[in-house]
Design a protein around this ligand. Sequence first.
Ligand SMILES: [Zn+2]
Length: 199
Amino acid sequence: MAIPVMKTSAWIRVRNSKIHGKGVFAAKRIPKGTRVIEYLGERISHAEADARYDDHDPNDNHTFLFIVDKKTVIDAGVGGNAARFINHCCDGNCESVIEARRVFIETTRAVEEGEELGYDYEIGREPDDPPNVDEIFACRCGSPKCRGTMLWPPEDPRKKKSAKKTAKQSGKKSPRTTPKSGAKRGRADAAGRKRSRKS
Ligand SMILES: [Zn+2]
């Protein structure tokens, strides 16, 4: 049976955030493992996302793009719901889960009423990133584990186990799609991550 669309959610409220612009906060205590909301927006190809944001200011770190898989990106800038306001956090209380090629935000621990929701955007690095890309995507989440950037750390070329690592970090429950070993690097690896707007 198809999973119902979670356009809105009684669990959350959108209001201004100290981290960044608007944020999403718990309207009441949310138990661990709760599917809070679906990440909605227009489903487009990577090429379409590139074309759409081709002239985007490279110093603007707003991104409403979420990678579903090699073929599909969700652009929450078009027809998006409150999920697009959930801020990045390096050690957040939520994670993104891909199921049936759809994206859901679930809590990884209990969240108290009024607490801001966040998950790791794990934005992938691309060969044409400007040198100050970490500055552009600087993170001020305030977590003791803050990496200082919303970007995923550069991959160590000596290790080729990034896929496994990602799967482990996303939790056992997460059916996040991970690339098969030997799969081409690049956007396929980035499934379940936010995407920067530049091509
Ligand atoms: Zn951080």
